[in-house]
Design a protein around this ligand. Structure first.
Ligand code: AR6
Length: 178
């Protein structure tokens, strides 16, 4: 499985699945969530409402992931995950790592080959970018694919140059203490 980095807009990616940094309500919001619903159109919200009415009456907990259509976007699916709100007093890294693991599990269930992720929790939810990048890269590298695995590429799509550079640093092999 290759890990690639792109600076750009996740809604324009021609991939099997784009991951959305959603909130527990699954009813849309700002940031990348707003951009995905705008680009994909109302079909995404319709499917999200259906999920709320059926399998997820209480919403989607932080760290979990669920899929819908990608509507009019070039991708086929949106995998909605809910990142934790950053806290300086409580370590919520395992919840953020779970977003990546659960999203990749859902991607496998869909037989997706290429999956694009934004920097989950690193916007409105306030996670410092270097740490968000580190957790994203580590949890993706730690993911053990199922034997039927179809995943060939995980693409991190970063909106800003700063985010791109943080992910590039997180991907650098550690050189150890000087
Ligand atoms: N493509 C790629 N990355 C983007 C795009 C885009 N089109 N737009 C923003 N980003 P955020 P969160 C980056 O705030 O922190 C929403 O209201 C952005 O610069 O979208 O998990 C939800 O409904 C940042 O680096 O997600 C939730 O309520 C990263 O995506 C809440 O925000 C994530 O920022 C979730 O907050």
């Amino acid at each position: 499985m290759d890990i690639t980095l792109v600076q750009g807009d996740i809604t324009e990616q021609r991939v099997d699945a784009v991951v959305n940094a959603a909130n527990s309500s699954l009813m849309g919001g700002g940031g990348v969530d707003g951009a995905i619903h705008r680009a994909g159109g109302p079909e995404i919200l319709r499917e999200c409402r259906r999920l709320r009415d059926t399998s997820h009456p209480d919403g989607l907990p932080a760290g979990d992931a669920v899929a819908t259509t990608a509507g009019r976007m070039p991708a086929t699916w949106v995998i909605h995950t809910v990142g934790p709100v950053y806290s300086a007093s409580e370590d919520r890294s395992s919840t953020l790592a779970s977003c990546y693991r659960r999203s990749l599990e859902v991607a496998e269930e869909l037989n997706a080959a290429v999956v694009a992720f934004p920097a989950v929790s690193a916007g409105v939810y306030g996670w410092p970018m270097d740490s968000a990048a580190d957790i994203a890269v580590r949890s993706t590298l730690a993911f053990s694919p199922a034997s039927s695995n179809t995943l060939s590429e995980v693409r991190f799509v970063l909106f800003s140059r700063d985010a791109y550079e943080a992910f590039a640093r997180a991907l650098e092999p550690t050189s150890g203490p000087a």
